[in-house]
Ligand binder design. Structure first.
Ligand code: UD1
Length: 350
């Protein structure tokens, strides 16, 4: 069986890693990189560090407005699909690369499988929410990471196409944590263990409005420990445009980290402050308290179990929320035990 994975943005490379490994010896697996993310630190390091094979195709689409970026991908993917004629197109998560591949596949009557199906923020301001809802409804096979995701899909009439496979990011996180621990890597940037926070901010709702971004930066700057701000290119660009200095107060600005170094940095930190989806869950799995600068989350289990607190409207409370006492320990495993990728491949082969 020939399976064609389409990826393009950083979180998708992380999800691709365990899938590519699980495909070995079980399916003929090809990879398309749309080129949505193209900086070495946003793309190449993930392939090299996580042992992902070189993509078979790279569209080199790059940045642009939603329509322009998605349209360029659609045009490029159609040609590749014609050439490869896969038995399945496998798409990941909720980016513009996901939606472009979904549209290209359904138009060509190629079976479409969506990994990480059924997540919902119910916030129609987010481009990711449009992407995931449209992709789920176009897909023939919905590979859901959690029980909550399965329930969302059932409510939308998609139960018959849904399989609960678990969360592949848990697979790669556990494997990477073991490798990092075995190597005994030092905490990045000379931070002292347990005495710093890790932060990432990149969502349009937090970066595009200068007043909001200013408040977020001021709150991070006022924290009681150094804040390692791993700055996404969008944040760097917009802070510059808004005339905002990122490196103030407690904030230490650094480039985005490669995945093993990110896992190492988070696992030794006192807390995470982020608007990323994946990082909320990674913090929970590493049992590090997380504060999420968003009005809602797709990973509701992290909040229900007390390890993640959402702050959005009341940004004035951000500093004190981040400095809250650690939550009650838990051994709950809502994201599975780290064996989801094999389940994904089995579902595709079935
Ligand atoms: C995309 C995804 C988001 C995901 C995020 C992870 C969509 C709609 N959003 O958002 O779900 O959480 O990736 O990072 O697909 N840029 C660079 N170099 C790069 C990549 C981006 O400089 O390698 C800059 C460009 O100026 C670009 C901006 O960052 O305009 C935003 O990039 P884009 O891929 O459009 O969206 P993300 O914010 O990264």
């Amino acid at each position: 069986m020939r399976i064609l994975s389409v990826v393009g943005a950083r979180p998708q490379f992380v999800k691709l890693a365990p899938i590519a490994a699980a495909m070995k010896g079980r399916a003929d697996h090809l990879i398309v990189h749309t080129g949505q993310h193209y900086d070495a630190l946003m793309s190449d390091v993930f392939f090299s560090d996580l042992g992902i094979p070189e993509p078979d195709f790279n569209l080199g689409v790059g940045s642009g407005k939603h329509g322009q970026q998605t349209g360029a991908m659609l045009t490029g993917l159609e040609e590749i699909f014609e050439q490869v004629r896969p038995d399945w197109v496998l798409v990941y998560g909720d980016t513009n690369s996901t939606l472009a591949a979904a549209v290209a596949a359904v138009k060509m009557h190629i079976p479409l499988a969506h990994l990480e199906a059924g997540l919902r923020s119910f916030n129609r301001r987010m481009p990711e929410e449009h992407n995931r809802v449209l992709t789920d409804h176009a897909s023939d096979l919905l590979l859901a990471p959690t029980k909550v995701a399965v329930d969302h899909l059932s409510r939308e009439g998609l139960a018959e196409r849904t399989v609960l496979v678990g969360d592949v990011m848990t697979d790669v996180l556990f494997r990477t944590r073991a490798a990092v621990e075995a190597r005994g890597e030092a905490v990045p940037f000379g931070m002292s263990p347990g005495n710093y926070y890790v932060s990432t901010i990149h969502r349009p709702d937090n970066t595009d409005d200068p007043d909001r971004l200013k408040l977020i930066i001021e709150s991070l700057a006022a924290l009681d420990k150094p804040v390692l701000l791993l700055a996404h290119p969008r944040l760097v660009g917009l802070a510059e445009r808004h005339g905002l200095e990122l490196e103030t107060g407690s904030i230490r600005v650094a480039s985005p980290l490669a995945y093993p170094q990110l896992v190492n940095a988070v696992s030794h930190s006192a807390g995470v402050v982020t608007d990323s989806g994946g990082l909320q869950k990674e913090a929970f799995l590493l049992r590090v308290p997380c504060t999420t600068i968003r009005p809602e989350t797709e990973w509701v289990e992290t909040v229900d179990l007390g390890w993640n607190v959402l702050v959005s409207e009341d940004l004035a409370s951000l500093t004190s929320v981040v400095q809250r006492p650690a939550p009650q320990p838990t051994d709950a495993a809502p994201y599975g035990e780290g064996a989801a990728a094999q389940q994904v491949v089995s579902a595709l082969l079935r």
